[in-house]
Design a protein around this ligand. Structure first.
Ligand code: ATP
Ligand code: ATP
Ligand code: MG
Ligand code: MG
Ligand code: MG
Ligand code: MG
Ligand code: MG
Length: 267
């Protein structure tokens, strides 16, 4: 096809091909979800509907896009790890980031009603995205550990904070004052002595966040088949192996997870 005289403007596009052999991480985060969560009456400190919707969107991203080995989410954020050897979109950073964020955002709106039932979506939410490369497996594990440690620190703080407000009758400012300078041990102690809560018994999804991995699962389905020599259709049960995105709420900081699922880092 003949080129127009305008074609030259394409040369202004910057090359954003990312380095070979590195893990490509895309992390997205809800825009101003402090406000979004208030306006949509999220249960504090952890709204299950919101967490499950986030995970549904992340599963959709993994299924729709190529080469995602693992994802990790907590609060209003999700990280997606693309395989080191991925050649998807010739490794163009903007393609990875924009496809992840737009697929996630449209899924958030699309699946909203499945999780929030009567709670109407009041305005279109947005998500930001960033991309980071990690050259070694250890760097990648440390990245994921960092996000899970962040989940733990925030969730412990939020759990005590909202206990002090909801059951302790403190104002948010008073609760903030009360927690200023406290260490993890102090927060555990407040929960235990004042509210009879053992933090370690709080749901794993809140304390550890959500890990999404691919797993082979056996599915039994009934199939209608028509045998060549017979007139009627027959129903038969067939087992087939499918690869599915499975959510886990487990520790990923220690070695155990990586020993149990060595295939994640394998290629
Ligand atoms: P920014 O645009 O900078 O990300 P933000 O308000 O989204 O601003 P974050 O640091 O991302 O700030 O914090 C997310 C906020 O969303 C938290 O304050 C938290 O209260 C709220 N939030 C997210 N998920 C949930 C949930 N499942 N249940 C309750 N609150 C939630
Ligand atoms: P890619 O993911 O590479 O962008 P694509 O299928 O979206 O693949 P485009 O070059 O973006 O490819 O072309 C968009 C296609 O969408 C066109 O082929 C066109 O047929 C279709 N399309 C978009 N908008 C309309 C419209 N308003 N009416 C009819 N067809 C449309
Ligand atoms: Mg932020
Ligand atoms: Mg946010
Ligand atoms: Mg956040
Ligand atoms: Mg195109
Ligand atoms: Mg297109």
């Amino acid at each position: 096809m003949a080129k127009s005289k305008f074609e030259y403007v394409r040369d202004f596009e910057a090359d954003d091909t990312v380095l070979p052999n590195c893990w490509i991480v895309v992390r997205l985060d809800g825009r101003n979800f402090h406000r979004f969560s208030e306006q949509h009456e999220f249960k504090k400190p952890n709204d299950d509907r919101a967490l499950q919707l986030m995970t549904k969107c992340a599963q959709t991203v993994m299924q729709e896009l190529e080469d995602i080995a693992i994802a990790y989410g907590q609060s209003d954020e999700y990280s997606f790890v693309f395989k080191k050897k991925s050649r998807w979109f010739k490794r163009r950073a903007s393609k990875f980031m924009t496809h992840v964020v737009s697929q996630f955002s449209s899924s958030y709106v699309f699946y909203w009603k499945d999780y929030f039932k009567d709670q109407q979506l009041l305005y279109p939410p947005g998500f930001d995205g960033r991309i980071v490369l990690y050259p070694s497996n250890q760097n990648l594990k440390d990245y994921l550990s960092w996000r899970q440690a962040d989940c733990h620190i925030n969730n412990l703080y939020n759990t005590v904070f909202w206990m002090l407000v909801q059951r302790g009758g403190l104002t948010p400012v008073q609760a903030q004052e009360r927690l200023r300078g406290t260490l993890a041990g102090d927060k555990n102690e407040i929960l235990f002595s004042e509210f009879n809560i053992n933090y370690n018994n709080e749901p794993l999804m809140y304390r550890k966040g959500t890990v999404l991995i691919w797993q082979k699962v056996n599915e039994v389905i009934t199939k209608k088949i028509k045998l060549p020599k017979e007139d009627e259709e027959k129903e038969v049960e067939v087992t087939r192996t499918k690869t599915k995105v499975v959510p886990l709420h487990c520790d990923i900081i220690g070695d155990q997870f990586w020993e149990e699922y060595p295939e994640i880092l394998a290629e």
